[in-house]
Design a protein around this ligand. Structure first.
Ligand code: EPU
Length: 442
């Protein structure tokens, strides 16, 4: 059934938000449980569509899982894996499923995993994953849309990544845990999610050093060295960045709790340059406020610790009403400006040329009928609608559901005028009202 968000913009947001566990960390921890022939419990697991897809992938392999909604934990028992195939049905719905490849080859010496293909934000190749696995000794065939990898054994190797790819670093780290000898990944990604995965694997019995730097060393261990663990994943830095932007966008003031401030250094410095005030009031809590019009600035997205591509669309929404002209350069993905046409509908003045966007700040955005085209573009539209004059509707919520746990309740609790409807006729009525830009409160 079609679902829609209805947002009446203009409310200043006040209060506190608690950040959930990091989607992009937890999915990889879940895949890593394949390596140990045991039972593992992960805490701080957000209730998201992507998490349930990873549960399905693991169950397809024969793992037993149970998710506790109250405790936000998942128990994964990989003692009786029966399969080595991650099917297209799941990988096509969530590219991150491809991460099971490294873990399966590591544990079972064979894996058949569907190729994810491109997606809305870009081509998103997996050639580094495949070349890296070949360097570790796996033979790889690509047939009928699947990667078929197998080996007698994996042997540690030196691997250099052309780009510090997050997924390739993770896949290769997983494969190398049970390889013979030492593996060195150079030009490795340094994202906090990589560090979380390395910490998780080390607690499980692996021997990994250097995670968080550009060179990661994985000394292979014997299968019997790995065991089930209990582990709490890191907070979601992108969700945190989203709520920080929401307080700033509406010239409100609020506290964002359960954050790791060091994961957001670049982002917070940019928000401060825009004119926001950000104070670290506790080791894991920011107080965020803004009582002036934001100032324009230039942003280039980069691998961590640079400005995160996942927060680029939110920065664009903020800059669309800032004073002056900003330039955003997206350097990771070919097509990550999907929010631009939608922001233009709201009155934003944005000119896009390839991976550059020139944003001339306007005084105000106005509500409109909008469509989320991917997760982060969708989040930017929510932000834009919160600060716009009048009434907006947002369709294609399945994209937003992939990455934001309890979005509507969290926003309502800090004063946003937002609701989610799932009735076809209401959706139509609201499209019409949105077209007229009604200002009715909801
Ligand atoms: N790339 C290649 N070949 C490869 C691997 C990557 O050319 O073999 C290219 C990609 O096409 C892309 C660039 O390298 O242009 C970076 O891709 P990377 O592999 O680092 O990204 P990813 O692992 O596919 C993760 C996050 C993304 C996030 C990026 C960058 C997960 C599940 N996804 O993707 O998150 O944008 O790192 O930080 O961890 C999201 O949450 O909305 C999201 C897209």
């Amino acid at each position: 059934m079609a679902e829609q968000l209805i947002i009446s913009g203009g409310n200043q947001l006040y209060g506190e938000v608690s950040i959930s566990g990091a989607k992009n960390a937890v999915l990889k921890l879940m895949a890593a449980t394949i390596l140990a022939n045991d039972v593992t419990k992960i805490y701080n697991v957000p209730e998201l569509t992507d998490v349930s897809i990873m549960v399905s992938v693991l169950e397809e392999l024969g793992a037993k899982t149970s998710y506790d909604k109250t405790e936000k934990s998942v128990v994964i028992d990989t003692r009786n894996l029966t399969g080595i195939i991650a099917s297209y049905e799941f990988v096509s719905r969530m590219r991150a499923s491809f991460i099971v490849l490294g873990a399966l080859v590591g544990r079972c010496k064979e894996a058949i995993v569907a190729l994810p293909g491109g997606c809305a934000i870009g081509e998103r190749r997996v050639d580094f994953h495949i070349r890296g696995l070949e360097s570790l000794g796996a033979s790889i065939k690509i047939e009928n849309g699947y990667v078929h990898a197998h080996c007698e054994k994996l042997q540690g190797a030196d691997i250099y990544l052309d780009i510090p790819s997050v997924g390739a670093t993770e896949n290769l780290m997983l494969a190398a845990v049970l390889a013979e000898g030492s593996t060195r990944i150079q030009n490795a990604a340094q994202e906090p999610e990589i560090v979380d995965l390395a910490n998780f694997l080390n607690v499980m019995g692996a021997d990994i050093s250097g995670a968080g730097t550009s060179e990661i060393i994985i000394n292979g261990v014997k299968p019997e060295s790995l065991h089930g663990i209990e582990y709490t994943t890191i907070p979601d830095r992108i969700e945190a960045g989203t709520y920080m932007a929401a307080f700033i966008a509406t010239q409100g003031k609020g506290i964002v709790r359960n954050v790791n401030p060091s994961h957001l250094t670049f982002y917070t410095s940019k928000l401060t340059q825009m004119g926001a005030t950000i104070k670290l009031i506790e080791p894991n809590a920011f107080e965020v406020s803004c009582n002036q019009r934001l100032k324009a600035l230039n942003i280039v997205t980069q691998p961590y610790p640079g400005f995160p591509t996942d927060l680029q669309s939110l920065a664009m929404a903020l800059l669309s009403v800032a004073e002056g002209v900003s330039i955003i350069t997206e350097s990771l993905y070919e097509n990550r400006f999907m929010q631009v046409p939608e922001l233009r509908k709201m009155g934003a003045d944005i000119h896009q040329e390839r991976n550059h966007a020139l944003i001339k700040g306007v005084d105000k955005l106005s509500g409109a009928n909008l469509k989320a085209s991917d997760l982060r573009a969708g989040a930017a539209l929510v932000l834009a609608a919160l600060m716009a004059d009048g009434f907006s509707t947002i369709d294609q919520l399945h994209h937003i559901d992939r990455g934001y746990e309890l979005l509507v309740p969290k926003l309502r609790a800090i004063g946003a005028d937002i609701k989610r409807i799932n009735n076809e006729s209401d959706v139509l009525v609201n499209k019409l009202r949105g077209n007229l830009n009604g200002t009715t409160k909801i």
